[in-house]
Design a protein around this ligand. Structure first.
Ligand code: PMP
Length: 361
């Protein structure tokens, strides 16, 4: 087998013990004499596994009892539109804090369903920082304030959730959920596509304060309604059963690791090792993000000369370091170092980077 260190931004590496357990259980799961993919989502075995996954997620994130936890589909992209459908409407205003490409997409996709206003953006500086809170132009009548706690492409992360008063704060946590403890009660909605820190693609975890979804809106399909989904335990129609099951295994694995406090310590150490290698390279490698807003999950970096990109990628892949090519919007490289990436993987990368710089510098 040639499995190795995978720095993909998503779908991303999953914890190996989780994959091994899924492999063991693939043909016969939970005494069902069938795979988890081959049994009814309304059967006792799947319902029990689904409920256990929700309990474990609630434990990990300390979700208060007045929040619903939903297991949905459509990717985070669909929820860019579904959120305003559910908690706003075309006659309402919503404020967006844009710190990268995903925040921009959230605005564009939300626009048909709400009067989306950009209340602050760091676009002028190529999304390398977070606009000072004092400069945000928030409107008191906004239905919500949307932000992206971690911008996967630009590598910009909020290390503290912003204060926005009484207006519900909505966060697209796609590339940071479960990487550290967060204050759920500070938010109206927390949502994330699963394929980075949670499980396989095809699943969206969405946590919503009950009072924001009192009844299903009359002008949208029931399947798009968070209130209707909450009422039916996210089983209004067939949910993505395999992804939900696998997410449940990831939640168990996280608990075994010591929970989100322990993950935060590890993720901080991994990020520090990588940024210190970049900053200590004498300009051979460069990360453009303001130090206080650097992501612990996605680390973009460029090489001193673009002509070195190809050899870097070829040699790193040969050394067992996969998927380091950066997003075309920023160029260079990007190392995504989610929960499933061990410190040994980051060390292998930084050793390789030091050696490459020595040979090509
Ligand atoms: N938001 C963020 C922060 C992301 O990183 C991504 C995917 N990389 C998305 C939204 C879009 O997710 P999906 O492809 O699941 O719609």
């Amino acid at each position: 087998m040639s499995r190795t260190f995978n720095f993909s931004a998503g779908p991303a590496a999953l914890p190996e013990p989780v994959l091994l357990q899924a492999q063991r259980e693939l043909l016969e799961w939970s005494g069902e004499r069938a795979s988890v993919m081959e049994v009814s989502h309304r059967g006792a075995a799947f319902v029990a596994a689904a409920e256990e996954a929700e309990r474990d997620l609630r434990d990990l994130l300390s979700v208060p009892s007045n929040y619903k936890v939903l297991f949905l589909q459509g990717g985070a992209t669909q929820h860019f539109a579904q959120i305003p459908m559910n908690i706003a409407g075309v006659d309402r205003v919503a404020d967006y804090i844009v710190t990268g490409a995903w925040g921009q997409k959230a605005v564009a996709e939300g626009k048909p369903y709400v009067r989306a206003q950009v209340a602050a953006t760091s676009e002028a500086g190529n999304f390398t920082s977070i606009p000072a809170r004092s400069e945000w132009q928030l409107s008191a009548e906004a239905a919500y304030v949307h932000y992206t706690p971690n911008e996967t492409i630009h590598g910009v992360e909020f290390h503290q959730a912003p204060e926005v008063g009484d207006v519900p704060l909505v966060g697209d946590f796609s590339s940071t959920l479960l990487s550290r403890p967060i204050d759920v009660a500070h938010h109206g909605i927390i949502y994330a596509g699963a394929q980075k820190n949670i499980g396989p693609s095809g699943l969206v975890v969405l946590i919503v304060r009950e009072d924001l979804i009192p009844t299903p809106p009359s002008n949208i399909a029931k399947v798009l309604s968070y209130a209707a989904q909450a009422k039916d335990g996210s089983m209004l129609n067939t949910p993505p059963t395999f992804s939900w099951y696998l997410a449940g295994l990831v939640f168990k694995w996280l608990k075994e690791q010591g929970g989100l406090g322990a993950m935060a310590e590890r993720n901080r150490a991994k990020a520090e090792l990588l940024y210190s290698t970049i900053d200590g390279s004498g300009g051979f490698y460069r990360n453009p993000v303001e130090v206080s807003s650097r992501s612990w999950m996605n680390v973009p970096f460029t090489l001193v000369d673009e002509a070195l990109d190809k050899p870097f990628l070829k040699e790193s892949e040969a050394a067992g370091l996969l998927a380091l090519k950066g997003h075309r919007a920023v160029g260079g490289m990007r190392a995504s170092i989610y929960n499933a990436m061990p410190i040994e993987g980051v060390r292998a990368l930084t050793d390789f980077m030091a050696d490459f710089a020595k040979r090509h510098g």
